[in-house]
Design a protein around this ligand. Structure first.
Ligand SMILES: [Ca+2]
Ligand SMILES: [Ca+2]
Ligand SMILES: [Ca+2]
Ligand SMILES: [Ca+2]
Length: 430
């Protein structure tokens, strides 16, 4: 692939089904001589009750941080890592857990299958494949997270590659050589997620490749290379129109493979500026404050974890291209894949069920609470008041109090830890 920079080119939580604990003991208020843990639990209930009924937030700062109205992701959001692998003798799309376990071939097709990217809700994967044969070449496909039901979205008579979803899941950007004639010209296109309305956003003779949609939906970062030049830069443009194409690297070396941090404040990328074989760097989204994260040479293709604490990347330090993970500051670099077989271009998706809106999560939480607390009218009422508050402005601690009250019900044996975790995850977008 011409666009490589340098050489390198949580688990999905399964909630137990709602396990309703029928043996409901009545709520006892302030019984004497409680063991410490139970006393704390009742204090928690008391605080939550007061908070819910008074409308005041009494328990300090909220656990839910917000940035420009968008929730900052938490560790529970981390789903699986998708990547391309040649271990089976041809290019396949694989997924694995964040610790490298349960590597699974999702494509199982003798054709080329590569450049996977998770949909924003973690339920689908877009990728490129040439399985529909000559002269179609690579097209953009989407498939379910388990590899079923692949659908060809582009059906173009040239190469389409590197899909990237808009954060609302309604559009997919990709790069294509369909306008190149016999040259190297490549363009960034955007289409609706069903393949309709394909629009060229770049329209120039340069090689424009590897688009990545910003988390707020307004920008697309991509790599631009002048044909037959060893230089390449990361550009950012308006996602809606392709206007305001801005070079944010401005370095004579090759820079590419941008990946936005989940909060949109930073971009990780690969560059050969310090050695010919490539290193992973991170910079502010305007190109300032570049920090080098790797040192061995042969590192690139970074991708952030959904919670923003880790970066996965490809490296050939083990003699073959493999996927590694590190903390976002470059520390704790560990191998997730092992030879034999090259593995490249990782993308880390969210756990399904963690990306919905607050309103969707609250709605689902209400129906689960109705089941789980069917014989507990007071708890049901308080939890529903807290859910209502989560959707209102001015109650920043409602989510934390909701969590504390659920912890209390777990300690009391009213619901299982799994049910409490499921309810907390449902409201995590609030
Ligand atoms: Ca294949
Ligand atoms: Ca094609
Ligand atoms: Ca171009
Ligand atoms: Ca450059």
């Amino acid at each position: 692939m011409i666009a490589d920079t340098g050489r390198p080119g949580a688990n999905v939580r399964s909630f137990s089904s709602a396990e309703f604990k029928a043996e409901a003991s009545p709520i006892r208020l302030a019984p004497p001589l409680l063991p410490v843990a139970r006393r704390r639990a009742f204090q928690t209930l008391g605080v939550a009750l007061i908070a819910a009924c008074s409308g005041d937030d009494l328990t300090g700062p909220s656990v839910a941080d917000h940035l420009n109205g968008r929730r900052i992701a938490v560790a529970a959001d981390n789903g699986k890592i998708a990547f391309g692998s040649e271990r089976d003798g041809n290019h396949e799309v694989y997924v694995m857990n964040p610790d490298g376990t349960s590597e699974t071939n999702l494509t199982n097709n003798p054709a080329i299958d590569m450049t996977p990217e998770w949909s924003p809700d973690g339920t689908m994967i877009a990728f490129a494949s040439d399985r529909d044969g000559f002269p179609v070449l690579l097209d953009i496909f989407v498939m379910n997270a388990d590899g079923t039901n692949p659908i060809n979205l582009t059906n173009s008579v040239n190469t389409d590659l590197a899909p990237s979803w808009s954060p609302d899941g309604t559009k997919i950007a990709f790069h294509t050589f369909r306008d190149a004639g016999i040259g190297l010209q490549s363009e960034i296109y955007v289409m609706d997620a069903d393949g309709s309305n394909q629009v060229n956003l770049t329209q120039n003779a340069a090689i424009d490749v590897f688009p990545k949609w910003s988390p707020d939906g307004t920008k697309i970062a991509f790599m631009r290379q002048v044909p037959f030049s060893s230089d390449a830069e990361i550009f950012v443009m308006d996602a809606a129109t392709g206007a305001n194409q801005t070079n944010i690297t401005n370095n004579p070396a090759s820079d590419g493979n941008a990946s936005w941090s989940p909060d949109g404040s930073k971009i990780a990328f690969g560059s050969s500026r310090d050695d010919n074989f490539g290193e992973v760097y991170v910079m502010n989204a305007d190109g300032s404050g570049v920090v080098r994260l790797t040192t061995e040479g042969g590192n690139g293709e970074p991708a952030w974890s959904p919670d923003g604490t880790k970066i996965v990347f490809a490296t050939d330090r083990d003699g073959d291209l493999q996927i590694y993970a590190m903390d976002a500051d470059g520390s704790n670099q560990v191998a997730l894949t092992a030879p034999p077989g090259r593995n490249a271009l990782p993308h880390w998706g969210v756990a399904p069920g963690t990306s919905g809106t607050c309103a969707e999560g609250v709605s689902e939480a209400r129906s689960r609470i109705a089941q789980l607390f069917a014989g507990r009218p007071i708890l049901r009422l308080v939890l529903n008041i807290l859910l209502f508050r989560m959707q209102q402005a001015g109650f920043p601690n409602a989510e934390m109090n909701f969590g504390r009250l659920l912890d209390f019900t777990v300690q009391e044996g009213i619901i299982t830890p799994q049910d409490a975790a499921a309810l907390k995850d449902l409201v995590s977008p609030c």
